[in-house]
Design a binder for this molecule. Structure first.
Ligand code: ZN
Length: 279
């Protein structure tokens, strides 16, 4: 099953189920509200009927517009660790984003006026379903509602201003997440062995496979839930493979007007245009 959050009238959003080339609106304000509505969310989402609209005409909101948490992994593919000149980490490198950084699958990426170093990071996204604390690795995948595509678009010079990544990672309206949550039954366990790629104006910049994750989805969920309770709708971005702009010689960054396309096999595609914000 494929689920999205779509914009509807009066600045509201609704959860929706994809059915062929249509979306069926569900009686929940977004994916988080659906997942938090009880353990049988999947049956209800699969059987509910409602207003229909053509998928091609839908305005997709961030998959989960307001998660309780957005937790990201840095340095989680060997190729990216090497290009950033970092040692292989013994533990997952975690950082966070705020919900104001999230955009929909086809929304514009807002390049801030104070930087020209906007960089791409194609990532597999995980959406938490069942709440959990101290989840053992063997049961970690039971807590996954589904998988999605994200691009952890980064203001690279601000990321490296200090040792903490946060400032470069949570700029307003920079991080597309979508186009859908794909339930785990449609994908390999832990969404492993899926091709992940990213292109800029049609030129492939990243191409890798989720089998190369240093810390896989089960390990990551077990690790984060040791720290804090995972809640329905929480978003986890699992890190990016090699091929980012800052890892190239010479470095390459996104320019206003360029189109960034991010794909994970079996899940879908993000298509976002860069626009420069003015002060
Ligand atoms: Zn990242």
């Amino acid at each position: 099953m494929r689920l999205s959050t779509v914009r509807v009238a009066d600045h509201r959003t609704a959860a929706a189920r994809q059915e062929g080339d249509e979306l069926v609106l569900l009686p929940y304000s977004d994916i988080r509200a659906l997942l938090a509505s009880g353990d049988d969310w999947q049956e209800r989402a699969g059987s509910a009927d409602g207003e229909r609209l053509p998928l091609a005409e839908a305005s997709l909101a961030p998959l989960v517009p307001h998660p309780n948490k957005i937790i990201c992994l840095g340095l989680n593919y060997a190729t990216h660790i090497k290009e950033m000149g970092r040692p292989t980490p013994a533990h997952p490198t975690l950082f966070a984003k705020f919900d104001g950084s999230l955009i929909g699958a086809h929304d514009d990426i807002h390049m801030p006026p104070i930087s020209d170093d906007l960089d791409w990071e194609a990532e597999l996204g995980v959406v938490v379903g069942r709440p959990g604390r101290n989840v053992p690795r063997e049961r970690a995948l039971d807590h996954v509602a589904g998988y999605t595509v994200a691009n952890d678009v980064t203001v690279r010079d601000w990321q490296h201003r200090t040792r903490e990544f946060l400032s470069g990672k949570t700029f307003e309206a920079t991080t597309p997440v979508g186009p859908a949550l794909v339930t785990p039954d449609e994908l390999p366990p832990g969404a492993s062995e899926l091709t992940i790629s990213c292109s800029v104006d049609g030129h492939t910049m990243q191409k890798s496979n989720t089998a190369d994750l240093l810390f896989d989805v089960a390990h990551t969920i077990a690790y984060i839930s040791t720290i804090i309770t995972l809640l329905p709708g929480d978003l986890i971005l699992t890190g990016t493979p090699g091929g980012v702009g800052a890892g190239r010689d010479p470095k390459v960054f996104l320019r206003p007007g360029q189109e960034l396309v991010t794909t994970v096999e079996g899940i879908g595609e993000l298509r976002n245009t860069v626009v420069k914000d003015r002060l």
